[in-house]
Design a protein. Structure first.
Lengths: 115, 112
């Protein structure tokens, strides 16, 4: 049971290049999330997928696209990377309990640098 | 979701209890208090959550005041590995509870 896995762990891009960050979970969770964390800051939600087949914008969606490929996988794409997207990206997953609460489980992160 | 206020940093001696406070004076009736922590460079880790009753699990205890306007996370016997940023988050239990708003949290440093 690996939990939430992310690939790659590190990536360096040049301005204008594109790339896709991959995330997978093996906990049979319905919901998945992408966050970014800039130095000294808390996490900010980019996009989330409440259930398979649905995606919604979070707090900072501009410059990103997502795909909920199936229940296990949720990818984040940067079409034309910019230096402002240099950050650490975390994927998370959760399933809502009968109480309505929603504990999220996070992956180890992808450290992205855009030159 | 209600906003939370936490001290930016705290120190604790190894083996002693660490008490981390959080103010959430605008919390509404259906909102839960969650605590997460983030050890350096790792993904955040869920610790505990509560609505109005005090809660305890294998990691920590959560004490919520009767008026629910503040709470305290207690690590009963802090170790060096508990050094981390601790986030107090308020989130609803309805359809909007997918979003966790992370502030800057409290950096807890456990000293030997």
């Amino acid at each position: 049971n690996a939990g939430v896995t992310q690939t790659p762990k590190f990536q360096v891009l040049k301005t204008g290049q594109s790339m896709t960050l991959q995330c997978a979970q093996d906990m049979n969770h319905n919901s998945m999330y992408w966050y970014r964390q800039d130095p000294g800051m808390g996490l900010r939600l980019i996009y989330y997928s409440a259930s398979e087949g649905t995606t919604d914008k979070g707090e900072v969606p501009n410059g990103y696209n997502v795909s909920r490929l199936n229940k296990r996988e949720f990818s984040l794409r940067l079409e034309s990377a910019a230096p402002s997207q240099t950050s650490v990206y975390f994927c998370a997953s959760s399933s809502k309990r009968t109480s309505g609460t929603n504990e999220q489980f996070f992956g180890p992160g992808t450290r992205l640098t855009v030159l | 979701d209600a906003k939370t206020t936490q001290p930016p940093s705290m120190d604790c001696a190894e083996g002693r209890a660490a008490n981390l406070p959080c103010n959430h004076s605008t919390i509404s009736g259906n909102e839960y208090v969650y605590w997460y922590r983030q050890i350096h460079s790792q993904g955040p880790q869920y610790i505990i959550h509560g609505l109005k009753n005090n809660e305890t699990n294998e990691m920590a205890s959560l004490i919520i005041t009767e008026d629910r306007k503040s709470s305290t996370l207690i690590l009963p016997h802090a170790t060096l590995r508990d050094t981390a940023v601790y986030y107090c988050i308020v989130s609803g239990s309805g359809g909007s509870n997918y979003k966790l708003t992370f502030g800057k949290g409290t950096l807890l440093t456990v000293n030997p």
